[in-house]
Design a protein around this ligand. Structure first.
Ligand code: XMP
Length: 523
């Protein structure tokens, strides 16, 4: 198996908060809220054994929500020694029910679920978490649970109740242990951010010593020390993540870095030329491997299979190119934190939705050790790191493009002919979005080619061609997304241009699904 970069070593100096993931879809949002406060945090599976001694830089522990019931057989295994840690603990939803059960309170199965916006009612002394929570607005929270705490444990006080009288928040009387039945991490909880800040800053005493500038500076020094005279190749896609990694490594080891841009035949129009122009000062190899990828994908329609094939071929191309270089020991990738988390499936915690190619698809016999300096960052943090490194605004604010490229936007079989159609349609969407000045505010805007033919008429002729869907979403980090209500004239222009200019597509639809329940990419 590949060796990971010992990413946490340098973190010893930084205060850290751990979030134990019991499988909630919102766990990553807790991490985001904590990071927004400049406090480093890590998500760990709830099934991890508690350490024998807790690190000195640990300032707090959060127990996330989760889909299981603390009363059921499906409750994930949990090492109760975690609760002996000497730092403040916050249990959210499932986490609170776990605390209640462990300390001798009463948790009952809900006859009716509380889901959605709710009002909570504070007790006369609601404790430090709710200090200054005085207005009606402060009481609006997001609930999503079945079970609930009927009776707070001995030694705990109730801080708030929901309209139906159930315990919405509780705290231990003589220890910094807190529980919230609702989700402060979700933006619908109007003052949820303030609650998280109260816990992290005031109760855990975190100083907020973690910023993208600090991250970049420390990691460059760390990379320089760790890599010494080793040669490194960096898979450069031109996207912000791999560009940030390349720029960090360039500063750390200069000429010992070779960037490899793989033209896999699944790229957008003009991509290879742009990368060549922008990274001309770096050691850059542009490897044309399109036939290799496209031949391997012939006949493959299953999305996960496409990803695995592509992930493996990337590595084979890197290995091939590396043979012409001085002994290469390391492969650097722009893997981000959500890729890591979404690709790790542990019992109970957040299940694998898609294996991202640069994490899930690596062959076991890979010859390189892996460096992934951005493994701890969310996308917007990677962008901030890019700015701290002085990358151009165009590079830093480029919309994300998935590693498997058009393979996951060409639904069904990926043929050369279909890719030509998709590439043209995609170029039209990009051009129109850019001309409308919307490129930066939109997280992603693109086209998906559907393996569905429908009848149309052009001039006097019947057409029987495929359809494409336009997708445009707002997002902060790709974890959740909202549909962009694109102006109608813009949609009409895109539609008529695609149908007129792209032979092979005769129908255009607009995807109006948010994430969740949809994902951003269709595959
Ligand atoms: P989904 O489709 O999971 O996408 O909602 C979330 C974000 O991740 C990008 N994405 C990928 N990026 N390799 C990547 O490098 C992949 O396999 C991959 N799949 C999705 C997607 O474009 C969106 O920004």
């Amino acid at each position: 198996m590949v060796m990971g970069w010992a990413s946490s070593e340098w973190l010893v100096q930084h205060q850290t908060l751990w979030i134990l993931d019991f499988g909630s879809q919102y766990t990553q949002l807790i991490a985001r809220r904590v990071r927004e406060l400049g406090v480093y945090c890590e998500i760990r599976p709830c099934t991890d054994a508690a350490p024998d001694s807790f690190p000195e830089n640990l300032v707090g522990l959060v127990l996330s929500g989760g889909p299981a019931s603390v009363l059921g057989d499906d409750a994930p295994d949990f090492d109760m020694r975690w609760l002996d840690c000497d730092v403040p603990i916050l249990g959210v939803c499932y986490g609170m029910q776990l605390l209640a059960k462990h300390h001798g309170g009463e948790v009952v199965r809900g006859v009716s679920r509380e889901y959605g916006l709710a009002h909570v009612f504070l007790e006369p002394d609601p404790g430090p978490l709710f200090q200054d929570f005085t207005t009606d607005d402060h009481r609006i929270v997001w609930m999503s649970h079945g079970d609930h705490v009927e009776q707070a444990p001995p030694g705990f006080q109730v801080c708030a109740r929901s309209a139906s009288g159930i315990v919405a928040a509780m705290q231990a009387k003589d220890a910094p242990v807190y529980g919230l039945q609702f989700h402060p991490e979700v933006t619908h909880s109007r003052h949820g951010k303030a609650l998280v800040a109260r816990f992290v800053v005031d109760i855990c005493g975190a100083r907020g010593d973690w910023t993208p500038g600090v991250f970049v500076e420390e990691h460059i020094a760390q990379l320089r020390e760790q890599l010494g005279d080793d040669h490194v190749i960096c898979g450069l896609s031109g996207g912000v993540d791999s560009s940030v990694v390349a720029a960090m490594l360039h500063q750390a080891i200069g000429e010992n870095l070779t960037c490899i841009f793989v033209d896999n035949g699944l790229l957008r129009e003009g991509e290879a030329e742009q990368v060549r122009a922008e990274f001309q000062d770096f050691n850059l190899i542009v490897s044309d491997a399109s036939d290799l990828f496209l031949d391997a994908l012939l006949g493959v329609t299953e999305p996960e299979k496409k990803r695995k094939i592509i992930g493996e071929l990337f590595i084979r191309v890197f290995e091939q190119e590396a043979r012409n270089l001085p002994a290469v020991k390391w492969l650097a990738q722009g893997t981000l934190y959500p890729d890591v988390i979404e690709s790790v499936s542990v019992r109970g915690p957040s299940a694998t939705i898609k294996s991202h190619h640069n994490v899930g698809g690596l062959p076991d016999d890979m010859q390189f050790k892996l460096i992934e300096p951005l493994r701890e960052l969310f996308k917007d943090e990677a962008r901030a790191a890019g700015e701290a490194l002085g990358l151009s605004a165009q590079r830093v604010w480029r919309q994300p493009f998935p590693g498997p490229g058009f393979a996951v936007r060409c639904l069904g079989e990926v043929t050369r002919e279909r890719l030509v159609h998709l590439r043209k349609a995609d170029a039209i969407v990009r051009e129109e979005i850019k001309n409308a000045g919307l490129e930066r505010e939109i997280w992603q805007s693109f086209c998906v080619l559907l393996p569905v033919r429908s009848v149309g008429v052009m001039g006097d002729e019947r057409t029987y061609e495929e359809a494409c869907a336009i997708r445009a979403v707002y997002s902060h980090d790709g974890m959740t997304a909202d549909v962009v209500p694109l102006p109608w004239p813009l949609l009409q222009r895109m539609s008529s241009r695609i149908i007129n200019e792209v032979r092979g597509i005769n129908r255009v639809a607009y995807d109006i699904s948010s994430k969740p329940p949809g994902t951003i990419e269709w595959e």
